[in-house]
Design a protein around this ligand. Structure first.
Ligand code: FAD
Length: 437
């Protein structure tokens, strides 16, 4: 029977190396660089590139990619175990070549890109020499992509793109953007959009605002509000077929969501680790915080939430491997995505509380992680949307009951059981008519 919670010793050895490397080499880098995705920052390159080299030497670079693209073709379960080690840091995913949104964009280019696009964008992206942006959300609505207004019109050999996109993360640093636009306005809502690769320096791509967010202390906001005005790209920059934009988006979003969740496991584990350290180090009224029952409750609740979430993430990853298809595991991924912000919010908030004034100060990262939980509840789709999708999937195969009362009420179940066992009961009553009394 295959039902196991243990990691192969060989994989565990690798994970131990990653854990040590991330703690000793990557965490300090987070303290001094502005943004790990900014491949144009010499300070970032001086510190990150040597670490990326060590990861390559260890053959752990871009493990999410198949061997044909230079990766190790790790399944999602193994990636989950790796990502949880990286998630405790900002730079970890970049150091290991598996950061969002580039990992998902690479999957799209690998699936749908032309030879030219693979050479020009995919190869340097995989090498970590450039980064990219996914430009889908619009200012007038993110949760309902069927309402997107950006258009792409074929004009001779070129597509001409017009519209506005909002929260195109890392567009500031990106060499190219993957843009969703309406190409078939008269088609059914989910067949109206197509996906394009657009060079970030194409004429007509305008940065309207560099939007910054609470929780990210960056000198320039990295969630760009972009305007596309008569942006011309060659016809071959269409990714997939016309009207297939949603299907192309799913190529990246399924993986993207579960990978965020894997990294979040690592982040909450870090918050928990620090919470415990403080609880056993700080004393008040002659006892450690860890000896106070209300603090014990915070520690216990955090561990329970983390372990529940981690197991859900791991099982979902295992299911993706089993089915080899994100779509078959959509409901599980929605559950993971919906659970993620709450675990991070709750554990980070308790970590603040246990650290007192120090916890709320900017000398510790918990406030940033509390805000990060709101990022998690929006990026790649709002929690409410995932919950409603999950609920819809869960009730889909449940058949409705007829009648005023459901057939599973006690009196009905008793009536059925009495009918089923009537003969046996009658025989028993003949043997000893008063036995039941
Ligand atoms: C940190 C971060 C990074 C991001 N990066 C990118 C990126 O790189 N590229 C990109 O294209 N987008 C990106 N986004 C945008 C993200 O995809 C959107 O924020 C998300 O899809 C929600 O869209 P919205 O912000 O327009 O909210 P809205 O659609 O306006 O929704 C607002 C709120 O309404 C409620 N709501 C909406 N729909 C429903 C519903 N069906 N049922 C119940 N309640 C509902 C929810 O509470 C929701 O939070 C990013 C967002 C964040 C926070």
């Amino acid at each position: 029977m295959a039902w196991d919670f243990e990691t192969d010793p060989e994989v565990q050895r690798e994970l131990d190396w990653v854990e040590e490397f991330v703690r000793d080499e990557v965490e300090p880098v987070d303290q001094v660089i502005e943004h790990a995705w900014n491949t144009r920052d010499p300070r970032r390159n001086a510190l990150i590139k040597p670490l990326q080299e060590r990861v390559r030497e260890r053959e752990l670079w871009a493990c999410h990619l198949g061997p044909e693209l230079g990766g190790k073709g790790y399944g999602q379960l193994r990636l989950a175990l790796l990502n949880e080690k990286l998630g405790r840091t900002h730079s970890g995913p970049v150091v290991f070549g598996c950061q969002a949104p580039d990992s998902g964009n690479a999957e799209i280019l690998a699936h749908y890109g032309s030879d030219f696009q693979k050479k020009t964008y995919l190869e340097p992206l995989i090498e970590g020499d450039i980064v990219s942006s996914f430009s889908m959300t619009e200012p007038h609505g993110g949760s309902d992509p069927t309402g997107f207004r950006t258009t792409a019109v074929l004009d001779g050999d070129s597509w001409v793109i017009n519209g506005e996109k909002w929260f195109s993360s890392h567009a500031l640093f990106a060499e190219f953007l993957i843009v969703m636009a309406v190409t078939e306005p008269d088609a059914a809502p989910h067949e109206r959009m197509s996906m394009f690769v657009v060079p970030a320096d194409a004429p007509g791509v305008e940065r309207v605002r560099d939007v910054s967010v609470w929780g990210h202390e960056e000198p320039v906001g990295t969630h760009q509000y972009l305007r596309y005005t008569d942006v011309r790209v060659p016809a071959e920059n269409l990714l997939g077929r016309r009207g297939e934009g949603f299907a192309v988006a799913q190529t990246r979003l399924g993986g993207g969501r579960i990978h965020h969740a894997m990294r979040t496991v690592g982040l909450v584990q870090r918050a928990f680790e620090l919470m415990k350290r403080r609880a056993v180090s700080r004393t008040t009224k002659g006892a450690r915080l860890a000896d106070k029952q209300l603090v014990q409750e915070m520690i216990a609740d955090s561990w329970i939430q983390i372990e529940q979430f981690r197991l859900l993430v791991l099982r979902t990853a295992w299911k993706i491997d089993k089915h080899d298809d994100y779509r078959a595991v959509r409901a599980d991924i929605a559950a993971v995505k919906a659970a993620m912000p709450k675990v991070l919010l709750d554990v980070s908030s308790r970590a603040i509380q246990i650290h007192g004034s120090l916890g709320i100060s900017k000398e510790l990262p918990f406030g940033k992680w509390v805000m990060e939980s709101f990022h998690m509840g929006l990026a790649d789709g709002a929690t409410e949307v995932h919950k409603t999708n999950l609920a819809k999937a869960l009730v889909r195969s449940t058949t409705p009951d007829d009648g005023l009362f459901p057939p599973y009420i006690g009196p009905e179940l008793t009536r059925e059981a009495l009918g089923r066992y009537s003969e046996l009961l009658a025989e028993a009553d003949e043997v000893d008519p008063g036995g039941a009394a």
